[in-house]
Design a protein around this ligand. Structure first.
Ligand code: 13P
Length: 289
């Protein structure tokens, strides 16, 4: 099937009490691992692309990989642009066939964030493309965005409601205490804030900073309205470690296809564990029409 946007898959996830995994891919091998895994588990999935990764491979190439991999698959797959801080770059990805985009103007004032998000919604909606926006400041490093602990702040529930009433987004990413990268200690998740924002916005929430959260934390967040869960750092580690370990254990082989196959298998295994944990396995094809 063609790429789909993430609006319906996230509404279905909220209604069904599960979440859809959004996996940051790094190249064709990792994109293939995400989509093949979703196919095998009959799960809706979000192939998430960081801006730096898109700049490395080019928009045309990445969109064509996604289209080619999805043509032969029966599960819904969204190609989503993660944390883009540049409205013009979002426009280019829309032109190249991304089915979903995130405009991250969270470092701007509330008014500017709203203005940029409104511009992106205006560009995306006529093409049936879903939009995610962020409020508050999520600590850690994602792509070229670095938020230090002292600059991080949680989303304000009043402003969240005001924001989501003012602009027609499909997914809302409030800062709720999670962090991008590796957690240094036990994360303090503001569950009451998640609950209040869900009630007041009625928009599926994105949980950023999925790497390193416990199964229990994921389950609690899903029950409170987090319908999209982002996993990036974990896959970066698996991507490198699986390749390096294979080469280390077969140091005389020099057959590049073998470490790539080992990397693909390791990524798939990690992705499968998360899809099963989030409850989205078996949910493709069960979407409401
Ligand atoms: P992690 O790198 O912590 O998995 O976070 C991913 C993310 O939120 C991407 O936007």
């Amino acid at each position: 099937m063609p790429l789909v946007n993430m609006k319906k898959m996230l509404i279905d996830a909220v209604d069904g009490g599960y979440a859809v995994g959004a996996f940051n891919i790094l190249d064709y091998n990792s994109m293939r691992a995400v989509i093949d895994c979703a196919k095998e588990l009959n799960a809706p999935v979000i192939v998430q692309t960081s801006v730096k990764t898109v700049k490395l491979w080019g928009q045309k190439a990445m969109a064509s990989w996604a289209r080619e991999l999805c043509d032969s698959c029966a599960v819904p797959v969204a190609l989503h642009l993660d944390h883009c801080t540049d409205v013009d770059y979002v426009a280019q990805c829309i032109d190249h066939g991304w089915s979903s985009v995130m405009i991250d103007a969270s470092a701007q004032s509330f008014e500017t964030n709203l203005e940029w998000t409104t511009r992106v919604v205006g560009m995306a909606k006529p093409h049936n493309i879903s939009v995610e926006a962020e409020l508050g400041a999520i600590v850690g490093v994602e792509d070229d965005i670095f938020v230090q602990e002292r600059d991080a702040h949680l989303a304000d529930p009043d402003l969240s409601e005001q924001f989501c009433q003012a602009v027609d987004i499909d997914c809302f990413a409030p800062a709720i205490g999670t962090a991008h990268g590796i957690y240094k200690g036990e994360p303090v998740i503001a569950y009451d804030l998640i609950e209040s924002i869900t009630k007041r916005t009625r928009i599926p929430l994105a949980l950023h900073g999925g790497t390193g959260l416990s199964d229990e934390v994921f389950k609690k967040c899903i029950a409170l309205g987090c319908a999209k869960i982002n996993i990036s750092t974990q896959l970066k580690h698996v991507f490198i470690d699986s390749f390096v370990e294979y080469v280390r254990d077969h140091s005389t082989e020099y057959n590049p296809l073998k470490p790539l196959a080992s990397q693909y298998d390791a990524l798939k295994q990690n992705i499968a564990e998360k899809i099963i944990l989030f409850g989205s396995a078996g949910k493709a094809g069960q979407e409401k029409m």
